[in-house]
Write a protein that binds this ligand. Sequence first.
Ligand SMILES: *Cc1c(COP(=O)(O)O)cnc(C)c1O
Length: 381
Amino acid sequence: MKFGTKAIHAEIEPDSATGAIMTPIYQTSTYVQSTPGEHKGYEYSRTQNPTRHTLEKNLATLENAKYGLCFGSGMAATDAVMKLLSPGDEVVSTNDLYGGSYRIFETIFKAYGIVFHFVPMNDLEAIKEKINDKTKMLWVETPTNPMMNIIDIVAVAEISKSNNLTLVVDNTFASPYLQNPMDLGADIVTHSITKYISGHSDVVMGAIICNDDGLQEKLAFIQNTCGAVCGPMDSFLVLRGIKTLHLRMQRHCENAAVLAKHLKNHPKVDKVYWPGFEDHANHEIAKKQMRGFGGTISFTTKSDTLKDAHTFLSNVKVFSLAESLGGVESLCSHPATMTHAAIPKEVREKSGVVESLVRLSVGIEDINDLIADIDQALSHI
Ligand SMILES: *Cc1c(COP(=O)(O)O)cnc(C)c1O
């Protein structure tokens, strides 16, 4: 089955009791057993829930994988993956990382004795330099947020395999429609479902995808033991959102391409970060491992002040100033003071998150309205 068919049909069967074509919301905490231990595969909803289970199986197919597990948020999924590690273990990750991932690594898991190294992961030598006997995991996020760097998953997977490590790829920004890290050698894929997969800014959820039976057993154990599961209503909403994932992603990509080119020619704009530009440092890798360049772009202004960013963000009318991304509506944000505020200024600026940097999550509205909105907001600078 091709992607658009899988999004709508994979692992989704008519309800066995009624024939309902849409997966019912099994809003129940427990399930009746006929005699002790005799049940229909469901005992308690932390452990198994049919609505969540359908979503988990559908998601796994979208990543061309065997297993999916859903969690109460993307961070809960990240938390579960990190619980595979033990004190003393080391992780190499990218220096241009989602702020919340940086925060959970450097505050929560560092306190449990796990050591993190942050390097620019498009420099393969920089990754190798940090690997030692204690290294257990490589954590990749690509495209990176908000700088839109592209990390070569195949190349990192080779390093991971030759050192016997677990390669995790946070695939939130690309979504399974644009990129399938499992096909490129990843052991685990994580998602903030909250973003493109859900796509309607009405759910917070996360997922872990893997192929290996042993890994799945450990991760499902962590999911059930620690209990950060998502509810059936949210699982239903995400199943509904996924049915249009391919259509939404196509329009996100189209609109972002037009806006990126428009911004590049704008007299008040300095740099535009979008992997679709031929002169983007990682353009060739993006072309090789992605099926489109995504719906997110970042830019800086020529005068590069905090005031420029504030002026732009306070004057947009179709775009909304808000954290998050990947919804049908266009959003804009200020990474330095919003999503990346937890990262120290020196660390942040080294990776390019300067004061005037604005991130756009380009929605699926009419492109002419988006262009007009950007132009009028920039005219106030
Ligand atoms: C939002 C996000 C997360 C965290 O997900 P939540 O659903 O907000 O907990 C993790 N990684 C990336 C790349 C994200 O954008």
